[in-house]
Design a protein. Structure first.
Length: 381
């Protein structure tokens, strides 16, 4: 029996694979190769410097097309020639609609990673509702995102599927073995951080990620734990380390605490896993619209306790009091500081929560779990 032909279309904003791409490209790169054997899959994205136009990503054919205004016509020609059974478009509803209009007999799936491109100022609620009716299926990465859509468009509830994201557990080394502890101590000594307790933030430096809340909590943390070091890893954008007004404001706010704050530029995946291994706590103070937050599962995979906002899809990942702690955003910064201080003073509790987090990832948040659900959807649509 012939395998179903599935075209996976990336947004066309970043090259795949690339350490400087967004989480959308990483999800495709990590998930789709695991579907080989069950599907005949091809990945479509944009050309990048030094990369061929035709390639493979872990065995899956990948076609890189001109970017900008030429992306869509090049993509359409490729798809018209191949004639897939299903087209899955990631995070670009307008692109999905155009393809459905030109290829009406092909089942079209819109995979949404956030509500950014289905909400003002990018798109009105009415326009998204009209586009969604064209779709044969919509995939979201959290119940939060499903509910965010269906509260405004209840008629879409039957065509939305939740598929939680994951992590490659083997990329992350938990700190529980003597060898891992020795490696961690050697790395801390290399950076001159021996004896410091590390609070890690890893992500984009934009207001929605809430780094400013962490800096506001810092004086209360230093008061209780003067050996603490806040390590902030990230940049404003995926593709460059250009400083925005917000990043400059963060650095101004951190200036009185230079001994306790260290900024590092964006670190690509999977190299970021080594930085998780240095952390005592990972903090994710995101705004309410955070749909999932891969950083939560990455920290848990590394065996590091998470303190996060009780916002968006994060409570679907972090179980309060078990794999981390959730703090209401209206309790920032005091509640954030209190939870951090309590965990910093209790090594046994950090270990207990870290072990529970890694086990939760093993059972529920691996990329092969995401791929299994994706294959089932593509086989039954």
């Amino acid at each position: 029996m012939d395998l179903r032909k599935v075209a996976v279309v990336t947004p066309g904003s970043f090259v795949i694979p690339s350490g400087r791409s967004s989480s959308v490209e990483r999800v495709v790169e990590q998930t789709i190769p695991l579907a080989q054997g069950a599907m005949d899959v091809r990945i479509y994205g944009v050309l990048g410097k030094g990369l061929p136009s035709k390639d493979t990503i872990n065995g899956v054919p990948c076609y890189r097309l001109p970017s900008g205004a030429n992306y869509y016509p090049s993509l359409l020609r490729r798809l018209q020639k191949w004639r897939p059974d299903i087209i899955e478009v990631h995070n670009r509803p307008l692109l999905a609609q155009r393809l459905k209009m030109h290829l009406p007999d092909v089942k079209t799936v819109l995979n949404l990673h956030s509500n950014t491109f289905i909400s003002p100022p990018y798109m009105s609620e009415q326009r998204f509702g009209n586009i969604a009716r064209w779709m044969d299926r919509i995939v979201v990465n959290s119940r939060f995102l499903l509910e965010d859509i269906t509260i405004r468009h209840p008629e879409l509830s039957d065509k939305i599927t939740i598929n939680h994201l994951g992590v490659s557990l083997e990329h992350f080394t938990p700190p529980f073995s003597p060898a891992a502890k020795a490696w961690r101590e050697a790395r801390l000594a290399h950076y001159g951080w021996s004896g410091r307790r590390i609070i890690l933030f890893a992500g984009r430096l934009i207001p929605d990620k809430g780094v400013h809340h962490l800096l506001e909590a810092l004086p209360q943390i230093i008061d209780k734990h003067p050996d603490v070091l806040l390590l902030i890893i990230g940049s404003a954008g995926y593709g460059s380390d250009r400083e925005t007004a917000y990043v400059r404001e963060l650095k101004r706010a951190a200036k009185p605490y230079q001994h306790w704050v260290n900024f590092r530029p964006f670190v690509p995946y999977p190299a970021i896993a080594d930085w998780y291994s240095l952390a005592d706590i990972v903090v994710v103070p995101s705004a309410p619209r955070e749909a999932f937050g891969l950083v939560n599962v990455e920290a848990m995979a590394a065996g590091v306790p998470v303190i996060a906002s009780s916002a968006g899809g994060i409570p679907e990942i972090v179980e309060n009091g078990v794999t981390g702690y959730l703090v209401q955003s209206d309790d920032f910064p005091a509640g954030l500081a209190q939870r951090i201080n309590n965990l910093l003073q209790d090594e046994n509790l950090r270990r207990q929560i870290g072990m529970a987090g890694r086990e939760t990832v093993r059972q529920r948040f691996r990329w092969d779990h995401t791929a299994e659900r994706w294959v089932h959807l593509m086989q039954t649509i």
